[in-house]
Structure formats: C-alpha cells, structure tokens
Design a protein around this ligand. Structure first.
Ligand code: AVJ
Length: 319
C-alpha cells in the first residue's frame, strides 16, 4: 500500500553548512568536544537502535514498559485528538505504544537523521492508515517552529528516551523554554527522563559487554571520514564512558591511544596520547529536580509515571 507522509524540509539548508563549522569549533577547543548530535548519521541511528537492545541498556526497555503499562492513564491525562509532535523520533517505535490509546489528530516526527526519519515515518503511516503523518528533518539544538498544515488544535510534544539528557541543565531549561513558547496554553509535553541511580547500573549501561556503545561512539570518527573527508584512524582511539557523580551525568569520550594528528577541512588537529575528545553527556535527574527545571521553563507538572525500581520516569507537563 502506498503510504503518504508529508515531508517538511525547510529546516535543512541552514543546517548543512553550519555542521562543519560546529564540528571544527569543538575539535579545536580545549578540551576537545563534539556534540552528540553528530552520532546520528544513518549508521549511528542503526547502532543506537542496537544499543537499545543490549541487556545492560535499561532506559529503552524500562521506558517502553512504563508506556505500555500507563498508556490508558496517559491518554486520560493528555486527551484525544492532540497534534502529537515527536522530537528526535528515530525509529518511531515508542510512539506506537501510545497511538491507539491517544488517538491523536495527527503525528509529526522530527529528527536530524533524514533518511532514517523518512523510512520510519513511512512505516508508521503504512501501519496506521487512519493517522495523518508528517515528518520534518531538523536539528533540535536550533530554534524550531512547527510546519504548516498540521491537523488538530492542541499540540502535545513527545520527547522520549531521555534525549533531554544530552543538554546541560542550563541548555535543557532554555530548550524547554523555547518549546513552551511554541505551545499555546493547554499545550503539553510528554517527556522521558532517566533518573539518578546506583552508579554500577549507569556505568554498565554505557559499557555493554557486546561493545555496541563503543562502536556507536567510534562511529563518530568513521562518519568524519565518510562525510567530512577527515583523515583519522578510528582504531587509534578507544571508547570511555563513566558516571560523573558530581554533575549527575554519564560522560562519553574517545581517548587517543597515542600521539597523532587528525586532518579535517584543511586543519591539523593534534592529539597527545591519552587525550580525549568528549563526545557526549547524558544527564540524570531526580523527579523533583526535573520538575523544578521544567517549572522555570514555563511548564507545570500534571502527572508522572515510573517503574518499580525508579530507573526511569515519564512526565506530563502543560504550558
Ligand atoms: C539518546 C541521548 C538518550 O544518553 O542514553 C546511549 C544516547 N549514548 N548510549 C543516552 C546513548 C550512549 C542516549 N540518548
């Protein structure tokens, strides 16, 4: 069956050129860093999906279990016929757990990985023929606006997976403030947040035994070669991930195994042995801490759902 997805491409042009510059800024800074959004080329999105299947990586499994158990409850609080906007929709898997119960007027998937977004929204449209499906390729670290032509009166943003954890708390607050300004009074936000917990569980989740998280981290270097014509040997770096308790965040790094130089866009970027490129922060929150942050950004907590072990939390907030 031919499935119809309305694709909104308007965010892309401005993004393409600036990605290069953004990468260079981080790679030439001290200490070196790269935004985690650079993980998500096609291969990176696939590797992230594979991470979600690892036994040590509890967030996806736990969030899905909460969504499954609470779908009817969530629908009651959120209400039917919303304009459901999924931010960082990836494979659009989680939203499937809500669609029947929530019965939105339409669905918009927003993701930075264009091809991946198109495929997943087409699959969604094919599987839910009654649903009006839209897709917009966009970088969530830039200001957003909703595309034209969405059905429904009441936008509800769905931001699962604790993707909010990739922002620093300050960035998260300004991101949420921007989001609340895009919502009318009564508009909602359904958001998944990873909770502070025993560090052994956290360390294991980002150091899976099968090495998928390591491959995901190292894929950044592969991508630099493929897409940005960088000269760099991915085998010359190792994956490092650990929980930084002081800042309540997982940090991921690529650590240079020896003195070496990377060449990118005419720049020579030197690494000393043991020097690291900081590729990701994944902040963990307490429920009250997150509600306070969201409150400062203009959201009022309405309800939340968590698992028995309080590993993960889904919150519903309103503007
Ligand atoms: C997609 C940002 C929620 O922080 O857990 C998984 C990404 N990085 N394993 C996370 C990720 C390494 C993930 N988020």
């Amino acid at each position: 069956m031919e499935s119809a997805v309305r694709f909104h491409d308007h965010h892309l042009p401005e993004v393409a050129g600036s990605l290069h510059e953004e990468l260079l800024t981080g790679l030439t800074a001290t200490p070196k860093y790269a935004s985690p959004k650079f993980f998500y080329d096609r291969r990176g999105s696939e590797l992230f999906d594979a991470i979600c299947e690892q036994p040590e990586y509890y967030p996806t499994r736990t969030e899905e279990a909460i969504l499954r158990a609470a779908a009817a409850d969530i629908a009651e609080v959120v209400g039917r016929d919303a304009t459901l906007i999924e931010l960082g929709s990836g494979a659009s898997r989680k939203v499937r757990l809500l669609l029947e119960a929530l019965h939105p007027a339409c669905y918009l998937g927003v993701d930075i990985s264009r091809e991946f977004l198109l495929e997943s929204t087409h699959r969604l449209a094919a599987d839910y023929p009654w649903l009006e499906v839209h897709a917009a390729c966009a970088d969530l670290t830039h200001p957003m606006r909703w595309p034209d032509g969405l059905s429904g009166e009441r936008p509800v943003a769905f931001f699962p997976g604790s993707s909010i954890g990739n922002f620093t708390p300050e960035e998260a607050e300004s991101f949420l403030r921007g989001l609340s300004q895009l919502l009318p009074t009564g508009g909602g936000l359904l958001i998944g947040v990873d909770l502070i917990k025993d560090r052994a569980i956290l360390d294991a989740a980002y150091n899976d035994a099968a090495g998928v998280t390591a491959a995901f981290n190292l894929n950044l270097l592969e991508r630099l070669r493929r897409e940005f014509e960088a000269e760099v040997e991915p085998q010359a770096f190792r994956h490092r991930a650990f929980y930084n308790e002081l800042d309540s965040r997982i940090e991921m790094h690529l650590v240079s195994l020896y003195d070496q130089a990377m060449h990118l866009a005419g720049e020579r970027i030197e690494f000393t042995a043991g020097e690291s490129l900081h590729t990701e922060n994944s902040y963990k929150y307490s429920i009250t801490g997150f509600c306070e942050l969201a409150g400062r950004a203009g959201f009022e907590p309405r309800a939340h759902w968590t698992d028995r072990d309080a590993l993960f939390c889904i919150l519903y907030l309103e503007r």
